[in-house]
Design a protein around this ligand. Sequence first.
Ligand SMILES: N[C@@H](CCC(=O)N[C@@H](CS)C(=O)NCC(=O)O)C(=O)O
Length: 262
Amino acid sequence: MSDFTLVIGNRNYSSWSLRPWMLMRHLQLSFDEILIPLDQPDTRARIAQHSPAGRVPVLRHRDWVIWESIAIGEFLCELTGQGWPRERGARAMARVVSAEMHAGFGALRAQWPMNARATGRRTPMTPGLRADIERIDALWSDCRRRHGAQGPWLFGDYSLADAMYAPVALRFRTYGAVLSAAALAYLDTLLQDPPLLQWLRAAELETWSIAAGEAGLGPLAADVAQADAQRADRDEHLAQEQQQAADEGQHRDDEQGRDHGR
Ligand SMILES: N[C@@H](CCC(=O)N[C@@H](CS)C(=O)NCC(=O)O)C(=O)O
């Protein structure tokens, strides 16, 4: 039994659970996990056994019980002496962008619920959603511009700030956010992160479905699916044409080779 127990919700839908889970994996802490499926008749009672606040995630360590994802992150950084940038100014900014995520981006959270395994979803764009996406794009781009030379994460090395934005990466992937090149490059880093891929694989195996988390399945998503299929057809056709041209070129070269040989 480990010294740490992390209580989480469904991997597919519980964005708040993902954050401390990612940090713990990056801090290389071993921990036991208790998964409580959300939106079930006994969810509330089961969470209440671990936290007076009635929400996951919850971290148990020795006699301490810590809830609120950002407080769990702070606690783990303090305990390990890792997880925040070393330089004071960068550390302050990492706290700022983490707090901004914890307290804000209400439109993004409401309109693009995390649905880890879903792709190709589309919802109508609203001013609030656009403003949240643009703010996150600007914030990511600014951090990368300042700290890109020190490593691939927002502040060079991995920090709690990256863990706070991991669920945003999944949302951007699910709903097809349009981003700047700098933000796209960081999105790719988040989406290729091995712990995130491990979480995603487990989410794909879950069988629970929560209606409130299934957004973006309407006609817009059907348009996207159709456009994707057309693009795939076009790409396949182009590849066939290129292959045919290459085969014909090879055939001509062979013929010429034979002529010269004669
Ligand atoms: N501010 C909290 C939010 C936690 C939260 O809202 N958790 C959701 C799951 S992602 C929850 O526990 N919901 C309880 C329920 O669905 O019954 C944090 O940062 O940890």
